[in-house]
Design a protein around this ligand. Sequence first.
Ligand code: GRF
Length: 189
Amino acid sequence: KRVVIFASGGGSNFENLVRNSNDIGMEVIGLIVDKPNAFAINRAEQLKIPYSIFDRKEYKSRQDFESDILEKLSEMDVDYLILAGFMRILSTEFVDKYDRKIINIHPSLLPAFRGATAIYDAYMYGVKVSGVTIHYVDSGVDTGEIIAQKSLYIEDGESLDSFEEKIHQLEYDLYPATLKKLFKGDVRE
Ligand code: GRF
């Protein structure tokens, strides 16, 4: 499968997916970022992955922003859009153009702790079990159909840093494993 990865920040999941792309059975043909200073760009340079920056602040509206991205994608012959720390909600119009072809990773067991600060929110709530979710993207905030989940325990007295590190390690396992299954057809599309 030919995939484009979308990121807004550090890009550690992006890098992990690129490094595992052969095993997953995909080719990462590009990175799209919405922030000109995203560290993911440095990783793309290192990994020799072509990238495009669509700085949301330079656009009057989400519609203009999305139409530039859609135009870029239309030149790329892409099968799947893989969101990895992309911090924008896509419109219904955008999502409908790639029905069940947009996938996201979220660092909680959805539907608990939707939104941008899920790891912190779960920790502060005091849950004893949390985890990672891979889901199809719809135009809601972390509401699309769930593809895979994996859980972990938060030990008594565990620090936020330690919990966060465990979540990220789980992400680095679950995202490649789930995409591999999906692309092989082991998961209902
Ligand atoms: C990950 O925790 C992901 O689940 C969330 O944003 C974070 C991105 O981290 N949506 P990185 O940019 O991949 O390092």
